[in-house]
Write a new protein. Structure first.
Length: 312
């Protein structure tokens, strides 16, 4: 296992790590319902949010001189302790659940603004992860919801940062979770949790995907990679080279897949509920990874640089 450094412990299902310009890590704690800042071994709550803050990304602020945090809010999860003492998500929704949403949070004042609760006539169910492009918009996944006896489908969406436009890119997907963009911005990648599949969507324009002519999938995507055995994909990040790094549950690792769909490696993390990865430091060769079963965030050296993000 690569050398690991634990940056914070006793977190309540951490997810969505992003790096601030001073080197601090901002992440969400889904169960605690916060945006939390981690620096020099200390944690501080930046904002308390209702529902279930799930995904986090830097994006444009209300003024050109500032950035803001954009949050995929799943509307709320239920949690349980496993036999190993770790934290798990269980089927169902908490009391008061009424759907999910996308919101923007000022990291200095904690002021929040809900941007989207629906796409057309369809309410958002459980927004999960997001990534900004270079045109001021962002792609995000809606995971759907799972219940003891049924599931609600998810999809891939595109929205503008000012709250003025949202469109459906691909639907239906089975528990779509991680989302990322290729270095040239021409391909969107989506990882499905329950199927362990990684899909590629070729983009004709912001928010518009070209249907793959060989696709049998109803959403028209191109299957790039499928994990063997019982492995569940969570959030992802892209390397500068174009490799896709997917947090992988059950096997407890980061699965690295080439743009051509070849398995490069699986990097063990030591946590069966490994949920997200991002890249930091000046050369982006340090991986920050959320370990949600144990409630930890850790970092490790990474052999290749991560992709510079649009608002990183």
């Amino acid at each position: 296992m690569p050398t690991q450094k634990i940056l914070a412990e006793n977190l309540q299902f951490p997810e969505g790590p992003v790096i601030d310009r001073d080197g601090a890590i901002l992440l969400v704690e889904i169960e605690r319902r916060t945006i939390t800042r981690v620096k020099d071994g200390e944690t501080r709550i930046v904002a308390e949010l209702p529902g279930g803050p799930n995904g986090l990304a830097w994006g444009p602020g209300p003024s050109s001189s500032k950035r803001a945090l954009y949050v995929c809010n799943n509307g709320g999860f239920l949690f349980t302790k496993a036999a190993d003492g770790g934290n798990r998500v269980k089927p169902g929704t908490p009391e008061g659940y009424a759907g999910g949403w996308i919101e923007r949070v000022d990291p200095e004042t904690s002021e929040r603004r809900v941007l989207y609760t629906s796409c057309g006539e369809h309410n958002l169910v459980g927004p999960n992860d997001l990534v900004f492009d270079g045109q001021g918009g962002f792609y995000f996944t809606d995971y759907g919801k799972f219940y003891p006896r049924h599931r609600v489908n998810g999809g891939l969406y595109y929205a503008l940062a000012d709250g003025s436009k949202i469109v459906e890119v691909a639907y239906p997907l089975i528990t779509p979770n991680g989302v990322g963009l290729s270095p040239d911005g021409k391909t969107a990648y989506v990882a499905e949790t329950e199927t362990g599949r990684l899909w590629a969507f070729e983009l004709e324009a912001p928010g518009k995907a070209r249907r793959d002519p060989k696709s049998f999938a109803p959403h028209g995507g191109r299957i790039l990679y499928g994990a063997g055995g019982y492995q569940r994909f969570d959030s992802l990040a892209v390397e500068e080279s174009g490799n896709i790094c997917i947090a992988t549950i059950v096997s407890g690792c980061i699965t690295v897949v080439s743009p051509e769909g070849a398995l490069i490696e699986q990097v063990p993390t030591g946590d069966v509920v490994t949920t997200n990865i991002c890249f930091g430091c000046a050369d982006r060769r340090t991986a920050t990874i959320t370990l949600s079963s144990a409630g930890r965030v850790m970092e490790m050296p990474w052999p290749r640089p991560g992709l510079a993000l649009a608002y990183g």
